[in-house]
Design a protein around this ligand. Structure first.
Ligand code: 4AD
Ligand code: MG
Length: 426
């Protein structure tokens, strides 16, 4: 029978079961009478050891070649693996020009180097681990929201009419939440962002949720914290080897930082408290947020997280002037804030952004009128006219989430084909 490398390694049937395995050669070691190959098909971090006699050796059995191996699955005499494949037949499917191949198997290529080869880097251990975790995280997020997973936001129509790439699914989600109470979406979103940043892409994936009858920010913060922790726990229990490799290879010490994040309750501070903290530390910044009313930069967000002992921290109640028109007015006098919440985390700073939405018709109408947007958003006002309810929601940058749990400094290393300014080709 045909087995993936992962299934072969986990097989309980090691008394000579005949199997066929396909994959790429990761290493070749030839001894006097025996030939050892390590074969991997991307299904696991660990490769399958193939053992055969040296008469099989050939110039084509080199790092990178694709092969099909048939033989018997047996218990390995070595302590390094449980199972190995005693090969009876090895067929090279595609030869690899090993000299020209930019990835060398014994080398630990830095992530910056691998970024030059987006079409080949996914065959390395480290990118393999990151992308397997990415896939597991996708599944974990869907399972977190399962009870409300009936809805999918419709795609834009682009036949003969101008179409736009969406920057967020939020307004569509608000429509859907008005029928299904709790909804989420998970898909690509687009922004024209500065390519120099290590936390911005032009195309990134966003997880967004919208919750009707949410009455306060506490309701939203609870879901956010649960989503972060539940998803991370699933990844840690389903791909421990991949996570360990990432932590070891990329960010030694990050394992402890992640555990620290998981075992503590996330903290909460208001925007006003955040500004007070930053003012006292102004010597640390290139730009100091002297006054109430300025937006927080990455350096400020990262400082706040450090200040909070590297525990994720919610920042609430931002000035109305800094935030989009749909956020709920706190009506709190001269400060004039809205019920917004961002979650700041180690490695990236802002990971989640959300708010209660302005559900009161007259207040929303006034704000839209001031912005000259009443006509464009008539349908959005309608939602407040026909059975409005208090509601709120949030968005999480999926790539930033992966950066945060794995300790990866550059967002371009957690997505297979990063798209950013001047580089939206591959
Ligand atoms: O804070 P943002 O802009 O919030 C929204 O779009 C809301 N409409 C979401 C909602 O309430 N439904 O984006 C949400 C998150 C950010 O916190 C950040 O993690 C991520 O999306 N993000 C980006 N990630 C990568 N590249 C970019 N250019 C990003 N812009 C935002
Ligand atoms: Mg934001």
């Amino acid at each position: 029978s045909k087995l993936s490398v992962r299934d072969a390694l986990r097989s309980q049937n090691t008394s000579g079961e005949r199997v066929k395995v396909q994959g790429w050669i990761r290493s070749v070691r030839s001894q006097k009478e025996v030939l050892f190959l390590h074969v991997n098909d991307g299904s696991s971090l660990e490769s399958l050891q193939v053992v055969t006699d040296s008469s099989f050796d050939s110039k084509e059995l080199v790092f990178g070649s694709s092969v099909e191996v048939q033989g018997q699955l047996v218990k390995s005499p070595s302590k390094r693996q449980n199972v190995e494949l005693k090969a009876e037949k090895i067929e090279v499917i595609g030869n690899c020009d090993a000299k020209a191949f930019p990835i060398k198997y014994k080398e630990r290529h830095p992530l910056e180097y691998l970024r030059k080869y987006p079409h080949l880097r996914c065959r390395t251990n480290v990118l393999g681990s990151i992308l397997r975790i990415r896939s597991e995280a996708t599944a974990a997020i869907h399972s977190f929201f399962k009870p409300s997973s009936k809805i999918k936001v419709p795609e834009e129509n682009f036949f003969n009419v101008p179409a736009f790439l969406t920057v967020s699914g939020q307004l569509h989600l608000e429509v859907m939440s008005g029928a299904f109470t709790q909804v989420f979406t998970f898909g690509p979103t687009f922004r024209a962002e500065n390519s120099q940043s290590r936390r911005h892409l032009a195309e990134f994936y966003m997880v967004e949720a919208e919750i009707c009858f949410a009455e306060n920010l506490q309701n939203l913060m609870q879901v956010i914290e649960d989503l972060f922790k539940a998803t991370t726990m699933i990844i840690l229990s389903n791909c421990p080897e991949d996570v360990e490799l990432c932590h070891k290879f990329i960010a030694p010490g990050h394992k402890d930082r992640l555990e620290h994040m998981l075992k503590n309750n996330f903290l909460i501070i208001s925007y006003m408290e955040a500004i007070e903290i930053l003012k006292k530390a102004s010597q640390n910044f290139t730009f100091t947020p002297e006054v109430w009313g300025v937006d927080l930069q990455t350096e400020h967000e990262k400082y706040l997280v450090k200040h909070c002992g590297n525990i994720p921290v919610f920042v609430t109640n931002y000035p109305l002037a800094l935030k989009p028109f749909y956020m709920r007015d706190n009506e709190d006098g001269p400060q004039h804030t809205v019920a917004a919440v961002d979650l700041l985390v180690p490695v990236v700073g802002e990971l989640f952004g959300g708010s209660l939405r302005e559900e009161r018709y007259h207040i929303l109408e006034q704000r839209l009128a001031r912005l000259g947007l009443t006509e464009v958003y008539q349908w959005y006002l309608d939602l407040r006219r026909f059975g409005s309810v208090p509601h709120g929601g949030f968005g999480m940058g999926f790539e930033r989430y992966l950066q945060c749990i794995l300790g990866i400094d550059n967002i371009k290393d957690v997505i297979p084909f990063p798209r950013f300014t001047h580089s939206c080709i591959l």
